[in-house]
Design a protein around this ligand. Structure first.
Ligand SMILES: *[C@@H]1O[C@H](CO)[C@@H](O)[C@H](O)[C@H]1NC(C)=O
Ligand SMILES: *[C@@H]1O[C@H](CO)[C@@H](O)[C@H](O)[C@H]1NC(C)=O
Ligand SMILES: *[C@@H]1O[C@H](CO)[C@@H](O)[C@H](O)[C@H]1NC(C)=O
Ligand SMILES: *[C@@H]1O[C@H](CO)[C@@H](O)[C@H](O)[C@H]1NC(C)=O
Ligand SMILES: [Zn+2]
Length: 967
């Protein structure tokens, strides 16, 4: 699945006014935290309200619950599915009496019995069967007439474990095949899971799309199935739908004909059988969308979207890039694309960023549709990288699937790494590969440095319930997974890495594997290529995947001693998770000495002496291009020399490492390893820096300073200092763009131009504010938008912040009328920038009205408002006052609650706020916090940490800014 995190990632690039970098961290923090706590307490949160309902039909035979097979969350191994024949009919109009949208279905699964059993246990969730019979209308037939089939004794539902259970009067026997047929209905709800509906307006008409999101455990919500990734089978899908709509699924259409059902004229679309595949990769869609297509080497590529979006050519960019990216992966994997077609579709309501359904990938509109008139360069980059991510899964994940969800990190980490390689292929001029350092490595460092982090791997037995599976979709799986695989590919070399990868895919095609299978293939490639490593791939990688966290490597250039230590953001935190390696890693060290690249070194023990690293006049810089998953600290003398070269000749330091020096320094300071003043000193050279990555890295780190100080006396001097630093950058881009009339040529310059304007306006540079208000006013009065899409987020935000109700209402009307989600999103975040409390309060009210703000966007909008220093207390009061309503109405999405709680409390840094938070927790103990439970705990911990940090650092920081702000 494309990460929900993608959203924060993209916003992080454009929205420093909103502190999005910090937000991303906090969001991710909360997810990790909740997972860890849930594990420790053996406590699992329900994913929805349906788990507690009683069986509606025959009650299960009474006996000790845990001993029965149907009370276990994993399927028994007695039955293996081979083929499914599924017919579904979604109704795109509500039932006149119940007012509910429903779908009807019929399904037959053919399976083989591999162990004798008198029980059929198959997943089924929220599906209704005919309740008049004690067998639920289920039928069992032989595949081969010669086989005896026992009769059905009873059939019932187990809502907790989400099963349909069929008890037989005799045994199914090993080696024989049977067919189980069912007829059922389900609700086509707007819950973004299983078979669900999405609504949108086109030409004033409300339209309905029936679509699916199965991963991880919701295929069972569409039809009864053995819903585990290793239970691969072939699917014969048929969809029945209204005239005027199209039907799509994983496989290509076989035929579409007119049928009459119960007097109704309908269409029936039959699909070719799929390849052998996992249930979580299925997709069924009925809609009235249009598409554009192209054929590359006989492969049909289609992009589907709303008719008006296709008419506006918004699918063209995706279509242009899909072919080349597929070609790239065919070469990278040495394996031709496994399917005869590749469909991609943009949906108005979609929870994750995108989903890699095999042959029919689903996206949020913002992740697939590009419009030159509305999309910024970061929107475009997001599209290219998400497409690459999902296409990478067509092999890694879909062709070869991890056996169970505990290995999810390998699936998602891998796709999150190679998405940069695929996007680079699509846009070779962008240097997009460098950005993994900001978007993944730095981002996950922030989370993995907490005592509450967790290792990449988990035991298969520890991951059982749907909620436990959902929790695995976190930043550790995606971003740490990507980071350590990038490191592995680097020290093996890309040739050796792909050699192992290719043989792995060849061996397990159409089957399942575990992560160590990949290590085996890589080790074979290491031996075949005679690559020199200090240990086996298994042993090196075990130190990175079996223990949480990462080291800080300290290089003492006075002695040449290098050493490693588990890096913890809070040095007082207690580690309760034991590590098999005692928190030591096998660390590959790429490094340079006074600008000259040196040979790769390995640190295998707690410490070692490397004579070449001894230096008194030379400067040593380690972790070149941040290929390694660790931070670096130096002796004071080397820090001085690095800061000196940074301030006199910064181009001698590679650009990624310029970003790293700032990020390492700020984080080492947070961990009390170096002084906060040294960290602040790393930002002084920025007055001469023009590159994007160091600036972005600085802004990400300054977010924390803004959060802690924007309500204190530090704020004024901090603004003065930053305004002084950013003014030359602002002027640089003003010149480059001919007084803001042109777009910079280079992708990274386009990004940094946004930073220059955002920070200049934020720190009150008058010329910048005038620019923002003038452009916005021109738009408002002429209705012709003069603002380039790259600059819209920041210009909208600053103009709305400077303006009043007139500006706000204009932007709101533009939001309501926006025909492309990318533009609507920019406005939705900018609307939160106003400084008028009454407008913010009104906006808060809008967030809970789904006709104004889509449900999928409600919590992020509240968080945007909380990012605004004026909106923060309003959002907090709003959430506190309406907690039980929000909890019941918006409880579905698994990430959104923790985002919400962390978002509205992240500025908390006083005892008074801490008391409020404790009170909130006590007041709502009976309602509960759902997936936000652990975020409450974490917010309390974070607030305590913030109080301490401010106590310790405020005076130093104030004095430093006062000194440095002087002209
Ligand atoms: C199918 O039904 C539609 C709508 O009633 C009609 O326009 C079309 O001609 C029919 N097609 C065939 C092949 O009968
Ligand atoms: C897609 O490719 C065509 C042909 O190369 C080109 O003219 C067009 O501008 C491209 N569209 C986009 C949105 O990149
Ligand atoms: C369609 O595919 C052909 C062959 O790969 C390619 O040359 C052409 O540019 C593609 N057109 C679009 C619009 O992507
Ligand atoms: C920070 O910079 C100031 C001014 O250049 C210098 O006096 C001070 O020693 C530096 N502090 C540290 C810890 O590097
Ligand atoms: Zn993915």
């Amino acid at each position: 699945m494309g990460k929900g995190f993608y959203i924060s990632k993209a916003v992080g690039i454009v929205g420093i006014v909103l502190c999005a970098g910090a937000l991303a961290t906090i969001i991710a923090l909360s997810v990790v935290y909740s997972q860890e706590k849930a594990k420790n307490n053996n406590q699992v949160l329900p994913t929805d309200g349906g788990l507690t309902t009683k069986p509606t039909v025959t009650p299960a035979p009474t006996s000790t619950p845990s001993s029965e097979l149907w009370d276990k969350y994993r399927l028994p191994k007695s039955l293996v599915p081979l083929n499914y024949y599924v017919t579904l009919r979604p109704h795109l109009t509500p039932d006149p009496t119940t007012k509910l949208y429903i779908f009807e279905g019929e399904s037959t699964v053919e399976f083989e019995c591999v162990e004798d059993t008198d029980l059929i246990i198959i997943h089924s969730h929220k599906l209704n069967y005919s309740d008049s019979e004690k067998t639920l209308g289920v039928r069992l037939t032989p595949v081969n007439d010669a086989v005896n089939v026992p009769t059905i004794k009873s059939a019932w539902l187990q809502p907790v474990t989400q099963y349909l259970v069929v008890q037989l009067n005799g045994k199914l026997t090993s080696g024989n095949r049977y067919q189980l047929s069912t007829k059922f209905t389900g609700e086509l709800a707007d819950d973004l899971g299983g078979f669900y509906r999405s609504e949108y307006k086109e030409d004033g008409v409300t339209k309905i799309v029936a679509t699916t999101q199965m991963q991880p455990t919701d295929a069972r919500k569409a039809f009864p199935c053995f819903d585990e990734p290793a239970m691969k089978a072939v699917f014969y899908i048929t969809l029945i739908h209204d005239h005027g709509t199209i039907a799509l699924s994983n496989a290509e259409e076989k035929e579409s004909t007119n049928v009459t059902i119960a007097g109704q004229d309908l269409r029936m679309t039959v699909f070719e059988p799929t390849k052998k595949m996992s249930t979580y990769l299925l997709a069924f869609i009925v809609c009235d969308f249009d598409f554009i297509s192209n054929t590359t080497d006989q492969l049909l590529i289609r992009i589907f979207a709303r008719k008006s979006a296709i008419a506006a050519d918004q699918g063209e960019y995706a279509l242009n890039k899909t072919g080349p990216i597929l070609k790239f992966f065919e070469k990278y994997y040495n394996s031709s694309y496994p399917l005869p077609k590749s469909d991609q579709i943009a949906l108005p309501d979609f929870n994750a960023g995108a989903m890699e359904n095999w042959g029919l990938i689903t996206y949020r509109e913002t992740a697939l549709l590009y419009d030159e008139a509305y999309s910024s360069s970061s929107n475009k980059e997001r599209i290219a990288t998400i497409i690459a991510h999902e296409l990478a899964h067509m092999w890694f994940g879909n062709l070869v699937t991890l056996r169970w969800w505990n290995d999810l990190w390998l699936n998602e980490g891998f796709a999150s790494y190679v998405e940069y390689l695929g996007a680079h292929e699509a846009e070779p001029d962008w240097n997009v590969k460098d950005l993994i350092v900001l978007s993944d490595v730095h981002r996950v460092f922030a989370i993995d440095a907490l005592a509450s982090s967790h290792p990449l791997t988990s035991n298969e037995d520890d991951i059982q319930k749907p909620a436990q599976i959902s929790e695995l979709f976190d930043a550790i799986s995606y971003s740490k997974g990507a980071s350590v695989l990038r490191m592995l590919s680097d020290f093996l070399t890309e040739d050796v890495f792909t050699m192992g990868l290719q043989t792995y895919l060849a061996e397990f095609a159409f089957g399942n594997a575990v992560y160590t299978d990949l290590w085996n293939h890589l080790q074979t490639a290491v031996i075949a290529s005679k690559t020199d490593l200090p240990d086996t791939v298994h042993n090196i990688m075990n130190t990175w995947v079996l223990q949480m966290g990462f080291p800080v490597v300290t290089i003492d250039t006075t002695t040449g001693v290098i050493s490693q230590k588990h890096f913890l953001l809070d040095p007082n935190s207690e580690i309760t998770t034991p590590s098999p390696f005692n928190y030591e890693w096998i660390v590959p060290i790429r490094w340079m000495k006074t600008g000259k690249t040196q040979d790769l070194q390995w640190l295998k023990d707690k410490s070692a002496t490397i004579d070449a690293m001894k230096a008194s006049a030379d400067w040593v810089l380690a972790n070149l291009d941040v290929v390694g998953y660790y931070r670096v600290n130096y002796d004071e003398g080397n820090w001085d020399r690095l800061l000196s070269v940074q301030s006199t000749n910064h181009e001698l330091i590679p650009v990624i490492n310029r970003a790293q020096l700032v990020d390492d320094a700020f984080n080492l300071a947070r961990a009390q390893i170096i002084s906060t003043v040294l960290a602040l000193n790393t930002t002084k050279y920025l007055i001469r820096e023009r590159e994007y990555m160091p600036w972005q890295s600085t802004l990400n780190n300054l977010d924390f300073f803004y959060l802690m100080f924007d309500r204190t006396e530090v704020y004024g001097p901090m603004q003065d200092y930053l305004r002084k630093q950013v003014t030359p950058l602002f002027d640089y881009y003003k010149t480059m763009t001919d007084n803001w009339s042109k777009v910079p040529d280079k992708h990274m310059d386009q990004y940094n131009q946004v930073n220059a304007i955002s920070l200049a306006c934020r720190t009150g540079l008058e010329e910048c504010q005038t620019l923002a208000t003038t452009w916005f006013e021109q738009w408002r009065t002429t209705n012709i938008n003069p603002i380039h899409p790259n600059l819209r987020s920041t210009i909208y935000c600053n103009a709305i912040a400077a303006g009043g109700a007139v500006e706000w209402d204009f932007a709101w009307s533009q939001f309501l009328n926006a025909t492309i989600a990318i533009e609507a999103d920019k406005l939705r975040s900018a609307l939160a920038c106003t400084k008028q409390p009454w407008l913010l309060n009104r906006y808060l009210e809008y967030t809970l009205n789904p006709t104004l703000i889509r449900k999928q966007d409600a919590t992020s909008t509240i968080v945007y408002i909380a990012n605004n220093v004026v909106g923060q207390p309003l959002a907090w009061d709003f959430v506190r006052a309406r907690w039980s309503y929000i909890f019941t109405e918006y409880g579905g999405g698994s990430f959104s609650f923790s985002n919400l709680i962390n978002g509205v409390t992240k500025r908390f840094s006083t005892q008074f706020e801490l008391d409020q938070l404790e009170q909130f927790k006590a007041d709502n103990a009976d309602v509960g916090f759902g997936s936000g439970t652990m975020a409450v705990e974490q917010s309390i911990e974070r607030t305590i940490g913030n109080i301490k940090w401010i106590e310790k650092n405020k005076e130093n920081v104030l004095n430093w800014f006062l000194d440095e702000a002087k002209p």
